[in-house]
Design a protein around this ligand. Structure first.
Ligand SMILES: [Zn+2]
Length: 428
């Protein structure tokens, strides 16, 4: 019996066959990678028999990734039954494991840290009661066995073994499965906001974007201050304040005086898989009386437009959906893009509200301080983003404040507080 070969440490394994499906109970066993695992062909769903009285949402409480450059094993333990369907994706090569509604509450998420064949591992909740694990691979692989079994009552274990194969073999697997995978309903993903395993420990990535730079000086103050310098200096103060305030990794799009296109700024946030992007500006207005800070989020029209662009871009849609674009019908891509952009916008607005909530009574604000605009830097469909006007260089009083170290510290303290509030519900 193949099951017993998976178990190196002595254990008692009781196996019964119920209508052809392996249903086993095992007294505590220690797993390790078998050098010669059983060969099994994947055909859609696998699993223990669905018990009638199990709760709808299972909790994945234990996860472990083992292996090296040649082979690997993923193990996930759940407190209940789940429908589990692994499949392959390309560009980059990935293993995606779709699961019926599962809450990921890994007690030791560090056991899922990428290693060997695995470059990245994420998990998250999708729309319509689906959950998903996405394993990004260093090299194409083939699933050599998979198993879902009940160990004791209330304890189920999913095991997936895979090993390195040549790209051609991987291509064959993809071709084979695309005939098998039905794209109906189940592929609709809501804002596939998958968390990196490392992030489960609670670290959040914040990208600060000091506006302008290099040949693009930005606005000029009445007393000669230049926007690009102010934004950079404030970003540096802010970087320190945020990094000290919690489990935050803070990056700046630029650390010196050089030009960066708007697209490059957004790309940096995307590459860093930022959880939050804050673009910092201090522009001028014709109305010299106007002073105070303002927060911009992407306007409805601009976000709709962007959702459309996003849907048009295969790569992007792929990234959003965790699906290879050619495997998905256009209409599904549209839905995915739209849902994701909408969810990102919701988070952006939430952050803007946090900022204004903290700033009120502390930092001077303009009238109607939450505004919408089609700023290019706000257009990443995945990263919640705001553009912050510190104040207006066209106003002499604002200019003075923006140059003052005391004000910068105060401003940073309050913005850091807003960042903390924003993540308070999301950090686990
Ligand atoms: Zn500016």
């Amino acid at each position: 019996m193949t099951l017993s070969r998976l178990v190196r440490v002595a254990s008692i394994v009781v196996v019964t066959m119920i209508s052809g499906v392996v249903h086993s109970q095992s007294v505590e066993a220690t797993d390790s990678i078998d050098s010669n695992p059983p060969k099994t062909v994947i055909t859609g769903s696998i699993g223990a028999v669905k018990p009638g009285d199990e709760p709808l949402t299972s909790i994945a409480f234990e996860g472990r990734l083992l292996g090296d450059e040649q082979s690997a094993r993923l193990m996930v333990e759940l407190d209940g039954w789940a429908d589990i369907k692994p499949f392959y994706m390309n560009n980059p090569p990935r293993l995606v494991i779709d699961m019926s509604k599962t809450a990921f509450r890994f007690q030791q998420p560090e056991n899922l840290k990428p290693r060997g064949l695995v470059n990245d591992l994420r998990y998250g909740t999708m729309a319509r009661g689906h959950s998903r694990i996405v394993i990004t691979l260093v090299h194409p692989v083939k699933i050599i066995s998979q198993q879902f079994r009940q160990m004791v009552k209330g304890r189920y274990k999913f095991t997936l073994d895979f090993e390195k194969v040549e790209a051609a073999e991987f291509g064959k697997q993809i071709a084979k499965q695309s005939n098998e995978i039905s794209l109906a309903n189940k592929m609709v993903v809501k804002g596939d906001r998958l968390l990196r395993a490392a992030k489960q420990k609670g670290r959040m990535t914040i990208v600060l974007d000091p506006g302008h730079g290099g040949i693009d000086g930005g606005a000029k103050g009445r007393h000669g201050s230049v926007e690009k310098d102010i934004t950079l200096e404030v970003a540096k103060v802010l970087e320190k304040a945020i990094a000290q305030a919690g489990p935050f990794d803070v990056f700046l799009t630029r650390r010196d005086d050089h030009f960066l296109s708007l697209k490059e700024r957004v790309k940096i946030a995307t590459r860093k898989q930022a959880d939050l992007f804050i673009s910092i500006h201090a522009d001028t207005l014709k109305q010299k009386m106007v002073r105070g800070a303002a927060v911009y989020t992407l306007s409805k029209k601009a976000s709709d437009e962007f959702a459309k662009q996003l849907a048009d871009s295969e790569n992007r849609a792929d990234l959003v959906a965790g699906l290879a674009a050619n495997e998905v019908k256009d209409e599904i891509v549209n839905i995915l893009a739209d849902l994701t952009a909408r969810e990102t916008k919701k988070f952006s607005v939430q952050f803007a509200q946090r900022i204004l909530h903290v700033f009120r009574n502390n930092i001077q604000l303009i009238k109607n301080p939450h505004r919408n605009a089609a700023f290019e830097v706000l257009k990443d469909p995945i990263v919640p983003s705001v553009l912050l006007e510190l104040g207006y260089l066209s106003n002499p009083e604002d200019e003075k404040l923006l140059l003052s170290d005391k004000w910068r510290d105060k401003f940073s303290k309050h913005l850091t507080q807003a960042v903390g509030l924003f993540f308070a519900n999301r950090v686990q």
